[in-house]
Ligand binder design. Structure first.
Ligand code: PMV
Length: 331
């Protein structure tokens, strides 16, 4: 009844921004990500009749109340329902990177929780079923079940059975692809993606423009990955990220995740690209920019990024592996 899983985080090249169903988390648009090596969550789950209530420890802190605990308990309830059991659980989870600073900790977190808890509950889910389960914890988690380059299909069914993460290509397909994650802030962001996308759908006049054009970005990036065409993937991913931010910056009240160091990196990457360097950026619901490049330019770009004012760290990530169970438990 005790299992441990490790899942990598992922960063979207075509973003998920908006839900067509908030209860079971169905996206308004299909999207694409790369699973990252290096940023991961390890989670151990044990179900036992000895536990009187669910206990959750996240990054060495016991959660006694709040949103995070509620979401995890809700997810455990879903798994208990699927497995036909009632035992409460102990969950211990650790990220090897700062939580909620736009580094998609919810993606690796809910992917690791879904895998560990479903195994501990005796369910043997296939990849698609596991992705559908993870999706209901956090949308982006549906993509962290798989490794390499992953599409999350929006699907059309009301029950969500056709909305899951699907591998476009494994990590070995394009091992030269890199994302340099720049850390400019590590504190938790004020507005979570969940609330941000809801507000955007309700009040941004540009959300319609997002919906009208995102499908094309999806098709271009998907083909670009299969063709290993870096300039097509990079250019389209950068445009897509800026479009997402344009929709959220035009909500009421506006959501601006960027800080001065963020802006410095965005301007620098554009400048470096104009002077012939193969680099682009993407940025999620937070201030930390991810610079897209190929292995050949990593050393030079990392040096340049680290020299910018306000950059605390630059971490190089490669295409990473799928979520896996491991033998070493956290308790
Ligand atoms: O699944 P969530 O709630 O972590 O939302 C993710 C939203 C973005 O990171 C901004 C985009 C994406 O596709 O990952």
């Amino acid at each position: 009844m005790k299992k441990t899983a490790k899942a990598n985080s992922n960063i979207a090249l075509v973003k998920y921004w908006g839900k067509r169903n908030e209860q079971i988390i169905l996206p308004t648009n299909s999207n694409i990500s790369m699973t990252l090596s290096g940023f991961n969550t390890t989670t151990t789950v044990e179900f036992s009749s000895d536990y009187k209530q669910d206990q959750v420890e996240l990054n060495e802190q016991n959660l006694s109340e709040g949103r995070e605990l509620e979401q995890i308990v809700k997810h455990l309830d879903l798994i208990r329902r699927q497995a036909g059991m009632e035992e409460k659980a102990k969950v211990v989870s650790k990220n090897n990177f700062p939580t909620a600073a736009g580094l998609a900790s919810s993606a690796s977190g809910f992917a690791a929780l879904s895998l560990a808890a479903s195994k501990a509950a005796g369910l043997n889910l296939d990849k698609k079923e596991l992705s559908i389960l993870a999706r209901q914890g956090s949308g982006s988690a549906s993509r962290s079940v798989e490794g390499g380059f992953v599409e999350w299909l929006k699907g059309s069914k009301e029950d969500g059975s056709d909305s899951f993460g699907n591998q476009i290509a494994p990590p070995e397909h394009w091992p030269e692809f890199r994302m340099i994650t720049t850390i400019v802030a590590t504190e938790e962001k004020k507005i979570k993606s969940r609330a941000g996308m809801k507000q955007t759908m309700k009040t941004s006049p540009y959300y319609k423009g997002w919906l009208d054009t995102v499908e094309e970005d999806f098709n271009v990036v998907r083909k670009g990955i299969l063709d290993k065409n870096f300039s097509v993937v990079g250019k389209t991913a950068q445009k897509n990220a800026l479009k997402m931010h344009a929709t959220m910056q035009t909500t009421l009240p506006p959501i601006i995740y960027w800080n001065p160091a963020t802006m410095r990196i965005l301007h620098s990457v554009i400048e470096w690209h104009e002077s012939g360097m193969d680099c682009f950026f993407t940025i999620d619901a937070g201030p930390n920019v991810k610079v897209l490049c190929l292995e050949k330019d990593v050393e030079e770009l990392k040096k340049r990024i680290e020299a910018l004012d306000g950059v605390k760290e630059a971490i190089v990530c490669e295409p990473g592996e799928e979520a896996k169970t491991i033998e070493k438990h956290l308790f």
